[in-house]
Every structure is written in structure tokens, then in C-alpha cells.
Design a protein around this ligand. Structure first.
Ligand SMILES: Cc1ncc(COP(=O)(O)O)c(C=O)c1O
Length: 413
């Protein structure tokens, strides 16, 4: 397969014959809890292009839910994975030592604003959030946390308890972890009211916040919101936890999305784009806050050497120009989407930062139809929030590919 195409290649009606076979097998044997929007059966990927099992080629503006930051199978990431896989695939960084884990922790510390950091490694966003929740309780010896309506933080019970995205995610899973209070995103008055009437500040362990809400609809808060949370946490002794799982790793034009707001959180959670598709989650804490003791938290696979090497290669590429590309091409894509959406019925707004862009439509039904039609035209996109389409492509996207995405989107409207 090529690295670049001028347009998608569609060989016949979708799904093709080989895809249909896999879909049947999947329907019989794979968990029905997954939310598949359309029947893509992927075979291989390069850059922002994905070839399916029948040889159809799609423009990928979803990047496996904002994960393949450096594009599919970037040669430098593949080389790092191959080199490490041939040396040592696993030893468990919780019981033994190896260089890639220590190197990656140092690199993340060096790249994070605000002094020395210590890093806990897991395998996913949910695990990173889970570990932040536990460290907040450990360090403060308090139990309660504030999170936001519209937030998504993952599916394990602790992370799920912080979510307030869609009821289906919680149905039949109650009781949640106690002590979580949800308030409207972006609304400091609601936090002050909570602390005045209901929740003693002395019980508050942490505030969990996405610098830009991801699953909630790519919602950017007003500029004063994150600084106000920082101030509240400073005043109450609670930890400010920024969940950067979706918005982080260069996607918004800075390594961490919170950097646009000029604040430094106490804990930062990262996953998705951090290792270009290898499973890795990281919880990055101000060094003096990570004071838990041996045995208090660990993970067999977390910080796997292959995943760490993929992350180190990813960071080289991000720093080597991809963060800047996300800023530049993201601004270009947003303008192009605004142009094609202008005066189109049912379009509410185009919003975003860098390559984290949403087009809000008037209804979930309209959004779902657009996502489906885009697939039939050879472009992979996903929904977010109640009625928005999200564009979260790899950070290698070119202006030419952004033009193509905008015109395929226009055709799908
Ligand atoms: C902001 C945020 N936090 C946490 C998660 C959970 O990540 P994972 O699915 O890797 O557990 C997600 C996933 O979409 C997310 O967007």
C-alpha cells in the first residue's frame, strides 16, 4: 500500500465479500458491547490511509479514536517496535527494571512544564485515570472528587464513576465509587455552590478535568476555567488532575492541551496518541506528590518495553515537527470545514483546536447519517457528544489531505 493517495479507492459496494465473512465471525464471537458505526474491516494502514480486507482504501480522519498520532505504521515507530521486540518483549516493570521505562519516564518529566515529575505506567487511558484517582486519595487522605458533566474518563469502575457522558455507559453497573460529584463543565459557580452547600473543601481530594472535552463533544471551555480550577485546588489542597488522554500528545498544537491555558496541573493522565497505537497509559505526577509506597499500586503489563520504545519514537516525531504540523494543518482544516459548512442546513458550528475538530449538527440522527455516508465515500470519521462529528486524524495530515477531507465531508452532508 502507498503512503499517499489522491482520493479513496472503492472497488464495490461496502462491505465487500471478505469483510462480510469477518463481520459474521465477529457477530458470533466478539463482545456485542462495542459500538461500531460502520462495517470497516481493516487490513493495513499507512499515514492517514487505511486499506480494508477487500482492497478498498479510506482516508482515515479518526486515527483509531485519536490514537495513531504519527500516522499508521510510521517507519520510525515500526523500527523501534521491531528492535525492542527482538531484544525483550516483557519483564514487568513493576518487579524489575529496564531502560525504556526509565527513559520514557524521564522524557515525560522533562517535557512536562513545572519541575520534576514521576510517572506511573499502565496500558490504557482508563488505567491512567484509575491510578490518578488512587494517588489523589493516597496523597490527600481524602475521598471526594469533582468531575464534570459530559466527561469521559474510561470504563473501569473508578474511571467510570468519574464519567458523565452517556447513561448507557453506566446502566446496570451501579453502585459507582462513592464520593464523586458532577457539575456542569466550564461552570465555576456550580463548583462554588457545591462547596458552599454540600461538600466540605477539606474532604476534596481532586478535581478531574479534560482541558478540552473529548467524547463529550470536543468542547473547549472559556479561557478562565482551568486557571480557576488551579486556584481552587491551591486554596483547598485538592489535586488538579488534567485528563489529556484524548486532547494530549500534540493534537491541539501543544504537547498537552492544558498548556494553552497557562496552568500546570498536579497530575496528568495520558494514553491514546502516546505510543502511536501500542497500548500504553501514563499518569504523570509532580514528583513530591507521588509518595505512595511499594505495593500500593502496580500493573503487570504497564510500561511494557515495546510500548515504551514506541512512545519514545513517537515523542521524537512529535517534537520533530508533528506538533507544529497539527497546529498549522489543524487551523487549515478548520477553515476548510467552515467553508464547506457555511449556509448548509443543519450545521450548528465548527469548533476545535489543532487537529481536534468537531462539526456540530442539529441532531444525533443527522450526525450518524453523515458519518455513514462519509464511510460510503471512503472517509473514516466518528461522532462525539450528542450530535457532533469529530475529526481526529493523525498529526501527519497534509493540507492536500485536509482539502480532500473537507470535500468528502461536503459530499456527505
Ligand atoms: C479523555 C479520556 N480519558 C480516558 C479515556 C479512556 O481511555 P481508554 O479507552 O484507553 O481506557 C478516554 C477514551 O476515549 C478519553 O477520551
Amino acid at each position: 500500500m502507498e503512503n499517499h493517495y489522491d482520493a479513496p479507492i472503492l472497488k464495490g459496494p461496502l462491505p465487500g465479500p471478505k469483510a462480510k465473512e469477518i463481520l459474521d465471525r465477529d457477530a458470533k464471537y466478539v463482545s456485542p458491547s462495542y459500538t461500531r458505526d460502520y462495517p470497516l474491516v481493516a487490513e493495513r494502514g499507512r499515514g492517514v490511509w487505511v486499506e480494508d480486507i477487500d482492497g478498498n482504501v479510506f482516508l482515515d480522519m479518526a486515527a483509531g479514536i485519536a490514537v495513531t498520532a504519527t500516522g499508521h505504521c510510521h517507519p520510525k515507530v515500526v523500527a523501534a517496535i521491531e528492535d525492542q521486540a527482538a531484544k525483550l518483549i516483557h519483564l514487568s516493570g513493576t518487579d524489575f527494571y529496564y531502560q525504556p521505562q526509565a527513559d520514557l519516564a524521564k522524557r515525560l518529566s522533562d517535557l512536562s512544564p513545572g519541575g520534576d515529575k514521576k510517572v506511573f505506567f499502565g496500558n490504557s487511558g482508563a488505567e491512567a485515570v484509575e491510578s490518578a484517582f488512587k494517588l489523589a486519595r493516597w496523597h490527600t487522605k481524602r475521598q471526594c472528587v469533582i468531575a464534570f458533566q459530559g466527561a469521559f474518563h474510561g470504563r473501569t469502575m473508578g474511571a467510570l464513576s468519574l464519567c458523565a457522558s452517556k447513561p448507557v455507559q453506566k446502566e446496570h453497573f451501579f453502585p459507582m465509587v462513592p464520593g464523586v460529584f458532577h457539575v456542569p463543565y466550564g461552570d465555576m459557580d456550580a463548583i462554588h455552590a457545591l462547596l458552599s452547600h454540600q461538600l466540605p473543601a477539606s474532604e476534596l481530594a481532586a478535581v478531574f478535568v479534560e482541558a478540552i472535552q473529548g467524547e463529550g463533544g470536543y468542547r473547549i471551555p472559556d479561557p478562565g476555567f482551568l486557571p480557576a480550577i488551579r486556584e481552587l485546588c491551591d486554596r483547598t489542597g485538592a489535586m488538579m488532575v488534567c485528563d489529556e488522554v484524548q486532547a494530549g500528545m500534540g493534537r491541539t498544537g501543544k504537547l498537552f492541551a492544558y498548556e494553552h491555558d497557562g496552568i500546570v496541573p498536579d497530575l496528568v493522565t495520558s494514553a491514546k496518541g502516546i505510543a502511536s497505537g501500542m497500548p500504553l497509559g501514563a499518569m504523570i505526577a509532580r514528583a513530591e506528590l507521588m509518595d505512595w509506597v511499594p505495593g500500593s499500586h502496580a500493573s503487570t503489563f504497564g510500561g511494557n518495553p515495546v510500548a515504551c520504545r514506541a512512545a519514545l519514537a513517537t515523542l521524537d516525531l512529535l517534537e520533530g515537527g508533528l506538533i507544529e504540523n497539527a497546529r498549522k494543518v489543524g487551523a487549515y482544516l478548520k477553515t476548510r470545514l467552515e467553508e464547506v459548512c457555511r449556509d448548509k442546513p443543519g450545521i450548528v458550528e465548527v469548533r476545535g483546536r489543532g487537529l481536534m475538530i468537531a462539526v456540530e449538527t442539529e441532531s444525533g440522527k443527522m450526525r450518524n447519517e453523515i458519518v455513514h455516508r462519509a464511510f460510503e465515500k471512503g472517509m473514516l470519521i466518528l461522532g462525539c457528544g450528542p450530535s457532533s462529528v469529530r475529526f481526529s486524524p493523525a498529526l501527519v495530515l497534509t493540507e492536500k489531505e485536509a482539502d480532500l477531507a473537507a470535500s468528502l465531508f461536503a459530499e456527505s452532508l
